[in-house]
Design a protein around this ligand. Structure first.
Ligand code: MN
Length: 540
């Protein structure tokens, strides 16, 4: 193991690292105690089943990530689809140029396989950012090279170097190289290929535990060995990329830091393919500091009391506290306090106040969107005594999530109780203005309502739908609380499949929808229709 304890910073060093984010130099971090946060919620996180996002949603998340102060945002995989390209470009143009008062602006990354088309497309998408970056990957483990790529070590080595140079020649001077499946690669080959791509001009090297099989001590050892044996490694920043298949992504990531990694690839709530990635806020948990926006995304808000306890619990981990980008948090904590302090009294405020509050929460809406949110906000205010920030976020996500809705809920009537069968009569409005009415019985009110929707959609569009997941969360307790419903659906006929560009596996696309309201059946139907609209809109 490397000798980390000698690196415990003095109180003054700790203070400095908290006070100042070092200037961004792609291949070097001036402060040895600083760890860059590389968020890949929009790329790896989006590969979670059911987590497909619209480009507008991606832009909103990128804004929140910038507000949070993450150093690097991996915005997506531009070559995977037109829509993805558009999303990454939009994020590069907007979030990638939004410099704050302290001069901070996030690096915007597009991922690319090691081929010209991917790299060109990624560059086209990110180049408008102030700090554009390409992350290019190729498998280096024997099993992947043989069965996925059908290439020899020599060929892989040659392709990697050629493509790094190709990216540099396009004008990209910040390039990350990722030897996919690094934890199962032969060590000597790994040192060799990393040494060569460093010579070819990469600025960071990420070490992915692609299949999530390493133990923390093994991952730490790997990082330490790479540091010790790779020629030129001192000229780049080492990055950790851990998967959570054994529940060890965060532990592995922290061992990576201990052994010398200075960039951590994480996702919000640890979402990602299979069991997910290292989770950003769990890394935060180890620092004893909690971050509000993640909680915003899942609607929970219960961490305030705990942070003190955690600070005490993790005091022995002062090393990690200071290693992990602590400078990110002070502005965040004050943001958090402000948020809690003012979360209760919005009901009486007007449109301008609403706009201001939404901006403070990181939402930039157009005038017509503000108007609609305001309308719903007032309506909700009439139903509830207090409208909180949490409610506001839900209203905004309802507003911006659905682009070009194909179906809208007209009216809904439910009959339920202890007598007879629960039944729902529903009226849906199609985008062409036509209305359609159906009636269904079901196991309960929600079931009968969703079945009634199915009748209409199946009849008219030959689109049988399968409900994959359904959940209800109460945002605020009490009889006037609003509920958020979350629905995941997919097409029932299995001949509609797509191939995951990264894993090359066939996946059955799923679509999620959320809605909020005071009535659980209405909210369920709205969430269902939101998911349905995404599904129908995805048909290309
Ligand atoms: Mn990954």
């Amino acid at each position: 193991m490397t000798t980390i304890p000698s690196m415990i910073p003095s109180p003054q060093q700790t203070k400095n690292s908290i006070d100042m984010r070092p200037i961004y130099i792609p291949n070097y971090i001036p402060n040895p105690y600083y760890v860059r946060i590389f968020d890949t919620t929009l790329r790896d996180g989006e590969q979670s089943p059911g987590a497909a996002m619209t480009s507008q949603e991606k832009l909103d998340i990128a804004r929140q990530l910038a507000k949070l102060g993450v150093d690097v945002i991996e915005a997506g995989f531009p070559c995977s689809s037109q829509d993805e390209f558009k999303a990454v470009k939009m994020i590069a143009e907007e979030v990638g140029n939004d410099v704050d008062d302290n001069g901070y602006v996030p690096v915007i990354v597009g991922i690319a396989r090691c081929n010209q088309k991917d790299i060109e497309t990624a560059w086209e998408a990110v180049k408008h950012a102030m700090r554009p970056k390409i992350s290019t990957f190729i498998a280096t483990s024997p099993i992947h090279m043989e069965h996925k790529l059908g290439k020899s070590k020599e060929e892989v080595l040659q392709i990697a170097c050629k493509m790094v140079k190709f990216a540099r020649n396009l004008g990209c001077h910040d390039i990350q190289f990722v030897p996919e499946d690094a934890t199962r690669s032969e060590r000597d080959f790994l040192y060799q290929i990393l040494g060569e791509v460093i010579k070819a001009g990469v600025t960071t090297v990420a070490i992915p535990d692609t299949v999530g099989i390493t133990m923390p001590w093994e991952y730490g050892r790997l990082i330490a060995d790479i540091k010790a044996n790779t020629p030129g490694i001192e000229n780049v920043v080492l990055s950790s990329h851990c998967h959570n298949d054994l529940g060890l992504a965060v532990a592995n990531t922290l061992e990576g830091v201990r052994a010398g990694a200075r960039q951590l690839e994480v996702t919000i709530n640890g979402i990602g393919e299979r069991a997910g990635n290292a989770s950003l806020e769990e890394v935060e948990k180890y620092t004893g500091m909690y971050l509000q926006p993640h909680k915003a995304l899942v609607g929970a808000n219960a961490f305030v009391h705990e942070s003190g306890i955690h600070q005490v619990l993790f005091l022995p981990l002062i090393l990690l506290v200071t290693l992990i980008s602590s400078i990110t948090f002070p502005p965040f904590r004050s943001f958090l306090m402000k948020l809690i302090a003012s979360s209760s009294s919005l009901h009486s405020s007007g449109r301008a106040a609403l706009r201001k509050r939404l901006e403070e929460l990181g939402f930039q809406l157009k005038d017509d969107e503000i108007n609609r949110v305001f309308f719903n906000f007032k309506a909700l205010g009439d139903k509830k005594k207090r409208v909180t920030d949490e409610d506001l976020r839900t209203l905004v996500s309802n507003e911006v999530t659905h682009i070009e809705p194909i179906w809208k809920l007209g009216d809904l009537q439910v009959i339920s109780g202890t007598l007879g069968l629960p039944s729902t009569t529903i009226r849906l409005i199609n985008m062409n203005g036509s209305t359609h009415v159906a009636c269904s019985i079901g196991q309960g009110s929600v079931d009968s309502a969703l079945k009634a929707v199915n009748f209409i959609v199946k009849e008219l569009m030959q689109e049988p739908i399968k409900l994959v997941e359904y959940s209800v969360t109460t945002i605020k307790n009490g009889i006037d609380g609003i509920v958020t419903t979350y629905v995941v659906i997919c097409r029932e006929n299995s001949n509609y499949e797509s191939t995951s560009t990264l894993s090359q596996e066939n996946v059955h696309p799923t679509f999620s929808g959320t809605a909020a309201g005071t009535d659980v059946v209405v909210s369920s139907v709205e969430a269902y229709i939101a998911a349905l609209n995404k599904m129908l809109g995805s048909k290309e």
